[in-house]
Design a protein around this ligand. Structure first.
Ligand SMILES: [Zn+2]
Length: 394
């Protein structure tokens, strides 16, 4: 593959403190050299290595950041839940039960319909700068439908998560233990070959601590790495179990005890915040400052799903994180790039240091601060994935 030189960059976020200013490693008046799909060099334009060859792209005095790494998404589903959203915005509280509506529609859908929906949402995410996206199952909830969901997800991303424990399906109503046994047994057997991660919705109305621990432990024995939905709807044991089992990430975290915060700060589990869910369910936001100040690693993700956060837009989540979760603009951008990469245990994405994948976003703005300063404005002008242009607004 030929090389690419991007120059005329007013402000470059590398997320490499060795390359530039602060934790974001910001370089002003910068250039970036891409070779064979990887970042070959990043730094001040005036020090661009001689002989850096290939196609030239003039950023025109705009900002460049790493592609967003969205570590939490539910994209394999059919139908939507606009009526439920409308009702909720008219005063009805969100409960986990709404997921069952999507389960019924997903079971009815053809493989091609599910595939088309994932493709549409991945493309939509890419247009707003997301170059790496995780994708969960969790709307099939039978052995065959969960395995099918994971196969479809795997056609679009390598970050595939088995979430058979999303909600107890109607046919197991009143016997959640029997369903949890299926999730950790025959369903896991069918799903493990198609997934990298295993996730459990550990919350009120979903799965309790004992079920969560049993399912994640079984998944671990099959080589899957745990992640946990914890503390979205109420306090519970999810965070404690996540840290104890070495989960890559604990997600939502709206309801946290002091012990939970301490565990996240001291362990290897990333705290992933999903402000789109609080926005769309009109719920209190998680306390990002408490987590950051305690020393936890915080990721931001969109939680795209048809029930509680039907957005693929990380720029929107960055704006919410700054406005409503009191993260600084720098922290929010770091969490949506490097934080997401940490939550997926990836060292090749989320930054633009030499050797990183050339997943690059050009903003129609002079700096990354505009992502939160200009909420709702489509600032993503151009996206490169592995050094190739994949989405362009201008
Ligand atoms: Zn989720």
């Amino acid at each position: 593959m030929s090389g690419l030189v991007i120059d005329g960059i007013a402000s470059l976020v590398t997320n490499d403190p060795g390359s530039g200013r602060g934790p974001l490693g910001v370089v002003e008046d910068a250039a970036l050299v891409v070779q064979d799909g990887r970042v070959a060099w990043a730094g001040p334009r005036t020090r661009l290595p001689e002989g850096a060859g290939g196609e030239r792209y003039d950023a025109g005095g705009r900002a460049v950041i790493p592609g967003f790494v969205d570590s939490h998404a539910h994209l394999v589903f059919a139908g939507d839940r606009a009526p439920e959203f409308e009702a909720r915005m008219s005063g009805r509280p969100y409960t986990a039960g709404g997921i069952r509506t999507t389960v019924a529609a997903t079971r009815e859908a053809s493989d091609d319909a599910l595939r088309a929906n994932v493709r549409r949402l991945v493309a939509e995410a890419l247009r707003s700068g997301t170059t790496t996206i995780e994708c969960k199952s969790g709307y099939g909830l039978t052995v065959a439908d969960e395995a099918r969901s994971l196969r479809v997800a795997g056609e679009h991303t390598s970050e595939v998560t088995y979430l058979g424990a999303h909600v107890v399906p109607p046919e197991f109503a009143g016997d959640s233990d029997a369903y949890a046994e299926l999730v950790a047994g025959a369903m896991l057997d069918a799903c493990a070959p198609h997934a990298r991660w295993i996730d459990v919705f550990c919350d009120r109305g979903a799965f309790d601590g004992d079920q969560t621990r049993a399912i994640l432990t079984a998944g671990r024995q099959r080589g899957l790495v745990p992640r946990v939905h914890a503390g979205q709807l109420g306090p519970g044991p999810g965070v404690r179990i996540a840290v104890e089992l070495g989960a890559a990430s604990a997600d939502h975290l709206t309801h946290l005890s002091d012990a939970d915060v301490e565990a996240l700060a001291g362990g290897g589990t990333v705290a992933t915040l999903l402000p789109g869910a609080e926005f769309s369910t009109r719920s209190p936001y998680p306390d990002a400052r408490r987590l950051i100040d305690a020393g936890a690693t915080v990721a931001l993700a969109a939680d795209c799903n048809p029930g509680s956060s039907y957005t693929t837009s990380i720029p929107f989540c960055v704006a919410l994180a700054v406005r409503d979760m009191r993260m600084t603009p720098d922290e929010a951008v770091w969490s949506a790039t490097m934080g997401g990469a940490r939550a997926l245990r990836r060292s090749d994405v989320g930054h633009l240091a030499p050797g990183a994948r050339a997943d690059i976003v050009l903003l129609d703005a002079p700096s990354h601060v505009h992502l939160s300063y200009r909420p709702g404005v489509p600032l993503v002008a151009r996206v490169w994935k592995d050094g190739r242009p994949v989405a362009a607004a201008v």
